[in-house]
Design a protein around this ligand. Sequence first.
Ligand SMILES: Nc1nc2c(ncn2[C@@H]2O[C@H](COP(=O)(O)OP(=O)(O)OP(=O)(O)O)[C@@H](O)[C@H]2O)c(=O)[nH]1
Ligand SMILES: Nc1nc2c(ncn2[C@@H]2O[C@H](COP(=O)(O)OP(=O)(O)OP(=O)(O)O)[C@@H](O)[C@H]2O)c(=O)[nH]1
Ligand SMILES: [Mg+2]
Ligand SMILES: [Mg+2]
Ligand SMILES: [Zn+2]
Ligand SMILES: [Zn+2]
Lengths: 211, 211
Amino acid sequence: SKILAENDRLAHQIRERFSRTKTLVVNLVSSPGSGKTTLLEATAKALTPRLRMACVVGDVATERDAERLKAAGMPAYQILTGGGCHLDARLVSEALAEAHFEDVDLLFIENVGNLICPTSYDLGEDFKVALLSVTEGDDKPFKYPAIFSRAAAAVITKADLLAHVHFDLGKVREEAKTLNPDVEFMVTSALGEPGIGEWTAFLEQRMASKR
Amino acid sequence: SKILAENDRLAHQIRERFSRTKTLVVNLVSSPGSGKTTLLEATAKALTPRLRMACVVGDVATERDAERLKAAGMPAYQILTGGGCHLDARLVSEALAEAHFEDVDLLFIENVGNLICPTSYDLGEDFKVALLSVTEGDDKPFKYPAIFSRAAAAVITKADLLAHVHFDLGKVREEAKTLNPDVEFMVTSALGEPGIGEWTAFLEQRMASKR
Ligand SMILES: Nc1nc2c(ncn2[C@@H]2O[C@H](COP(=O)(O)OP(=O)(O)OP(=O)(O)O)[C@@H](O)[C@H]2O)c(=O)[nH]1
Ligand SMILES: Nc1nc2c(ncn2[C@@H]2O[C@H](COP(=O)(O)OP(=O)(O)OP(=O)(O)O)[C@@H](O)[C@H]2O)c(=O)[nH]1
Ligand SMILES: [Mg+2]
Ligand SMILES: [Mg+2]
Ligand SMILES: [Zn+2]
Ligand SMILES: [Zn+2]
């Protein structure tokens, strides 16, 4: 369609720009409340000042997420979609024109909380990451297959709560791998055990291979 | 727009049909994994056989939710949207033509897991209900204001987990009431304390006022 063609043109421009600067661009997609912002707060604390990071964050309303990220030491630019259910390349490229995130090693895009619509939009990212919290149920990969098929990583979040909920990690891994055999499947907690070590190691590995 | 006008025509037909039979029609909207199906399973167990209930449930993929509901004793018809991020009146009216849910007191529509898009579609329901789990964060009403402004009830789910997460019930209630002063705000757990008493009382009250 014409809309996607225009989107892809802008996404291509973004990708070109960040391949010149060797900036790794990561697009985080999840349901509302799966822990995108909390993971980024923990990432800011773990990797600053060694790496220079920034985030463009999309929401329907409020600047809450950008405020949280800035307080955690990560420069952040808030996109307000005014009701839109996903980010597209136009919104991201307009944000980048305003935000001036020049010298960054890692650019995060925190998408609007939505496990369906953001899947089909290329934002110029190197890859998408799907977050799934242990509190959402272990049936989600097959129920929302598109994002799990396209994401480079499936990040299980809030694993510190595993003792309190029913969540069969093996089943979720199997479903994720069925949809996408190459997916990096990792288990994290931004607030407790096991921490975010698998996540930061994955980012470092992907940055190295972009260089 | 033409699409919404056609949607509203079909929604009107659905509403007419169920006002003749005095069936209460409830449209449940939430993020993926907030607990819609689990609440309906508990509702089936609490209200059967006194009330005759049925459910039309929408998902992108799998029949898992309809299977769960049928196993809990609630007749259920699964709509597969094939990628669509919300139910519309056409999908619901086609499902009703197949499902033959004739003599029911309560018809539930479990919408696709998505806190944004389902808000704008009238499905012929008497009202929408927004579910928000305590594990998703207490910042959501203002971050996703449209559904909380339009829902007749804001149902907090998984309250048995309150001891393990940060969730300020007072703040969430205040935000929900700011967006919609008439909203019925209730706190539930389908698996533990405090149970679903406030929810079933609300349904009975709304059924009585439709009769
Ligand atoms: N126990 C626990 N709670 C977490 C963890 N990560 C996030 N949370 C909680 O989950 C809730 C939502 O977290 P957010 O980071 O705001 O989620 P989000 O995906 O950014 O939400 P949206 O931007 O609205 O889509 C908050 O109450 C967090 O405290 C974790 O690792 N462990
Ligand atoms: N502790 C606790 N967990 C719950 C409760 N209700 C639901 N859950 C859990 O939350 C997860 C998701 O529940 P579902 O009922 O499948 O959620 P849903 O909203 O129907 O999900 P989708 O249909 O995919 O949008 C499952 O692991 C449930 O066991 C509750 O009251 N307490
Ligand atoms: Mg966030
Ligand atoms: Mg469900
Ligand atoms: Zn959408
Ligand atoms: Zn939609």
